[in-house]
Design a protein around this ligand. Structure first.
Ligand code: FES
Length: 234
């Protein structure tokens, strides 16, 4: 059975640490998160990582695993080549160990006004009746609503790598999600998208959609946002 080699590149400096774990102590369905917790418990209490739900819901365990942004709690050993190489997310800072600093990611996310803005402000504050939507209206944005803000798409985006001012896939996706919602009437959000660092920087590389663990397809929402902006200008 032998030993499994795990290389971890920690912190901003990417200090390399190597661990060995006996294969018989793992099974093919062991996740990378479980593997890292085992290493921390049995070999290196200084190993720093972030996680919470362990079920691909909270989005906090994003890291680069064998060169690709993934959720550690969703990535199984059986799907990985060896040795396993783990490092913090790219295109963002690193706080410590494997913990990314997602402040730039979240500040862009907040910037695009990720909330509903109704025409009637009074009604929005104290609604007198439920907001009703048809199935068709819900379908327009539902898929894009599944984002868990893990930052994997942002980390995979080649445009963010070369232009840190680009809003990035998650922010544009959520902006489109609210703009496509029949209950929304915000005018400002589209103006934020219709800028050189907004939708027009996207080169449709598609890596955001490849790494998204929830099947959101931000590459699609960015192209839909471009089309929506152009239609509004006609
Ligand atoms: S621990 Fe919550 S998404 Fe992985």
């Amino acid at each position: 059975m032998g030993k499994l080699v795990v290389k971890v590149l920690e912190g901003k400096e990417k200090r390399e640490k190597q661990y060995e774990v006996m294969r018989e102590e793992l099974d093919p369905y062991t996740t990378v998160l479980e593997l890292l917790l085992k290493i921390r418990e049995e070999q290196d209490p200084s190993l720093v990582l972030r996680y919470s739900c362990r079920m691909a819901l909270c989005g906090s365990c994003g890291m680069i695993i064998n060169g690709r942004p993934r959720l550690a709690c969703l990535t199984k050993m059986k799907d990985l080549d060896e040795p396993i190489r783990i490092e913090p997310l790219k295109n963002v800072g690193t706080i410590r160990g494997l913990v990314p600093d997602l402040s730039s990611f979240f500040s862009k996310y907040r910037k695009v006004r990720p909330f509903l803005v109704a025409k009637d402000e009074e009604e929005q504050e104290s609604p007198k009746s439920p907001y009703r939507q048809t199935d068709e209206e819900v379908k327009r944005y539902l898929q894009f609503n599944y984002c868990i803000q893990c930052g994997l798409c942002y980390s995979a985006c080649p445009v963010v790598s070369s232009n840190p001012n680009f809003l990035g896939p998650a922010a544009i996706n959520v902006a489109y999600r609210y703009t496509a919602d029949s209950r929304d009437s915000d005018k400002l959000r589209v103006l934020l998208l219709d800028t050189p660092n907004g939708v027009w920087s996207c080169r449709v590389a598609g890596s955001c959609s490849v790494v998204c663990p929830k099947g959101v397809d931000p590459s699609l929402s960015i192209q839909l946002a471009k089309s929506l902006i152009l239609r509004r200008k006609i």
